[in-house]
Structure formats: structure tokens, C-alpha cells
Design a protein around this ligand. Structure first.
Ligand code: NAD
Length: 337
């Protein structure tokens, strides 16, 4: 069994811990937090040993009546791999800790690409992470774009990608984020940083991206234009996407008109936390004009990177190839709508 540590137990970390706990070949060795809160209490209720991420704050947990298994250093020392899900920039600060204990580490998309030897998306470049010591699972947006680009490149060739990312202002729990009543070009400079991030997965890809932020918390929305190397029928592209387990083609008959109903559907379907691990592509939006493909997709920022973290664990430890790992992750989590 692969012994997995999760350092940083917030939006991403708690979801990764739950997903790891569902794998037959992995154990959650423990999770590390900086302070006691509702998530710390839930971790203990779930049976995850809780470690103190900051030694000086250990007594805060005792005061809150929460039992600590030890300092994060002990967790990292005993783990086969650590998933760092701390806020952007803290992962890079933690790198020395992982190196000191010779424990391979996964970082999240908020870190700069140079924190790791490899940027990772399971569908696109799983093998590059085999045996690597430091791997960055790319951001929610880059994951969503990579999952679409990989099959298109293989089937038809991709000449150019143009994507406009309408981004949620913050996650539902992030009360300090915004905008509350505005529409921001964000970043205002064009192209945005998202394109270069996708190029960490596909170094030879021609891609330009534009970003906005809006007063929404549920999901991101991508408007995508891909110039292919061949003329293709929209129906063929839909068939191509239908074969990809992590792409959900929203059928017209479902009358899902936006991210609100998508999340409602996920909750009705019994998804934990209403998570949507798949890209959610409106089937009717998939259109072609000559070699140009257009579509809209919703990306659930809180969860689409979760299966990717599970696969990255197997890749780093050399425990399965891409196909095996993705199939196992999909089956254990229930991916594929
Ligand atoms: P978050 O703030 O919800 O969770 C981070 C957790 O780490 C918090 O519980 C925080 O208290 C804890 N923490 C802070 N400093 C720490 C330290 N030194 N050691 C251990 N824990 C520490 O953040 P998040 O949204 O889960 O983001 C984590 C990473 O995932 C970031 O790189 C982010 O860019 C990336 N990411 C976030 C999203 C998203 O939409 N939330 C999507 C994809 C990737």
C-alpha cells in the first residue's frame, strides 16, 4: 500500500485525502493542518491522523480538544509520497522539507512551474512523471484545457488554440474573495498566463488565452476555439469526446443551462460535495466551421484536479501505467457521467 501524506487540508487537500482513501492501493497516512477549524474536526472524524503543520501552533489543537499525531516532519518522514495542497507559494517553501526526508512530492497549480521537474496531466503526459521526485499537478483551468487538447491533437492535429476563461471570483468558502458586483478583465494583459501554463504540458502548442473574473463561486466557464489541422464534422468531435471518461458531454435533453444546474445535477447524483471531476462540455456548443472547432465547457475548480493527484501518486511511485491508473481512479471515484 502506498502511504500518502497530505500537507495542507483545505479545498484541494481534503478532497485529495478522501479520493486517496477510496483507492485500494493507497492509505492516507495523515493530513497536516496549520490550525484547528471545522476541517480539522472532520479529518479526525474520518479517521485521518492529524499532524501539526506549524510546531508553535500545536497547542492550539490541544486547546480545541483535537488530538495531534505529531509534527508534519514525522508525517513527511514516514510517507512514500506527500501531496502538498498548501496555498500558492507555500509549496515552494515546503520543498526543502520534502527533500530533507527524501520523500517525493506533488505540488498544486498555484506553484510556479519551476518548483517541480514535471508539470502533470494524466491524460496528456503521465509517463513524464514516472519516478520523478517533484511533480506539479497543473491548475484546474490547465487541467480542463489539457484534457480537451490531448485527444484533439492525437485525432486531428491542433494548429492553434484560443481560449477565453471566465473565472469564478472565489470558491464558495472563500468569503474574502471577489468581485462582488463587477466583471474584471483578469489578468488585464493579453495573452494571460494560462496559455504558457498549458505549454508546460504541450511545449510545442500554439495557444493564446484571455482571462476574466466574475461574481460567481460555482465553476469556471471556458469559451474555446481550436483550429485543427483537418476539417472535421462536429458529430465526429462529439464521438471523440464521448470516449474520454473525464469529459462529460452535457446532453441537450438534460436542460442544463449553466453551472448552477450542473452543480445541482452533481448533488442530485450523490456526488460528494457536489463535485464534478469531469470537464462539462455543452454538446450543442460543439460546432465546426471549416477547420475551426468551437465549444463551451464548465470546469469545477475545486475538484477536477483531484483524480489527477491520485494518478500522479501512482506515476511518481511507478505503480501503474497511465491507462491502468486512470481506469482505477475513475472506477473508485465513480468518474464518468
Ligand atoms: P485553501 O486555502 O483552501 O487550502 C490550503 C490549506 O493549507 C488551508 O487549510 C491552509 O490553512 C493550509 N496551510 C496554509 N499554510 C500552510 C502550511 N505552511 N503548511 C500546511 N498547511 C498550510 O487552498 P486551495 O484552494 O486548496 O489551494 C491549494 C493549492 O491548490 C494552491 O496551489 C491552488 O492554486 C491550487 N488549486 C486550487 C484550486 C481551487 O479552485 N481552489 C483549483 C486547482 C488548484
Amino acid at each position: 500500500m502506498m502511504q500518502v501524506a497530505v500537507n495542507g487540508y483545505g479545498t484541494i487537500g481534503k478532497r485529495v485525502a478522501d479520493a486517496v482513501a477510496r483507492q485500494h492501493d493507497m492509505d492516507v497516512l495523515g493530513v497536516a493542518k496549520t490550525r484547528p477549524n471545522f476541517e480539522a474536526e472532520t479529518a479526525i472524524e474520518k479517521g485521518f491522523p492529524l499532524y501539526a503543520a506549524v510546531e508553535e501552533r500545536e497547542e492550539l489543537f490541544a486547546e480545541a480538544g483535537l488530538e495531534i499525531a505529531g509534527p508534519v516532519e514525522d508525517l513527511v518522514a514516514d510517507a512514500d509520497v506527500v501531496v502538498d495542497a498548501t496555498p500558492s507559494g507555500i509549496g515552494a517553501e515546503n520543498k526543502a522539507l520534502y527533500e530533507d526526508h527524501d520523500t517525493p512530492a506533488l505540488y498544486q497549480g498555484g506553484e510556479d512551474a519551476d518548483v517541480a521537474d514535471v508539470s502533470f496531466n494524466a491524460r496528456s503526459n503521465y509517463e513524464d512523471a514516472t519516478g520523478a521526485d517533484h511533480v506539479r499537478v497543473v491548475s484546474c483551468n490547465t487541467t480542463g484545457l489539457s484534457r480537451i487538447i490531448a485527444p484533439l491533437r492525437e485525432a486531428y492535429g491542433v494548429e492553434k488554440v484560443r481560449a477565453t476563461l471566465v473565472r469564478r471570483g472565489g470558491d464558495p468558502g472563500q468569503t474574502s474573495r471577489g468581485p462582488i458586483n463587477d466583471i474584471l478583465p483578469n489578468p488585464v494583459t493579453i495573452p494571460s498566463h494560462h496559455g504558457p501554463d498549458v505549454e508546460t504540458i504541450f511545449p510545442d502548442l500554439d495557444i493564446d488565452t484571455l482571462g476574466m473574473k466574475v461574481p460567481a463561486t460555482l465553476m469556471h466557464m471556458h469559451s474555446l476555439n481550436v483550429t485543427l489541422e483537418a476539417e472535421v464534422d462536429a458529430a465526429d468531435v462529439r464521438d471523440l469526446f464521448a470516449d474520454e471518461s473525464r469529459l462529460f458531454l452535457i446532453p441537450e435533453r438534460m436542460s442544463i443551462d449553466g453551472s448552477g444546474k450542473l452543480k445541482e445535477y452533481a448533488l442530485d447524483a450523490g456526488r460528494p460535495r457536489g463535485d464534478l471531476w469531469e470537464n462539462c462540455i455543452w454538446a450543442e456548443s460543439v460546432s465546426t466551421v471549416g477547420r475551426d472547432l468551437y465549444l463551451f465547457q464548465g470546469i469545477h475548480q475545486e475538484s477536477d484536479v483531484v483524480p489527477e493527484n491520485v494518478d500522479a501518486i501512482r506515476a511518481v511511485l511507478g505503480e501503474a501505467d497511465a491507462e491502468e491508473s486512470m481506469a482505477t481512479t475513475d472506477e473508485t471515484l465513480g468518474i464518468g457521467l
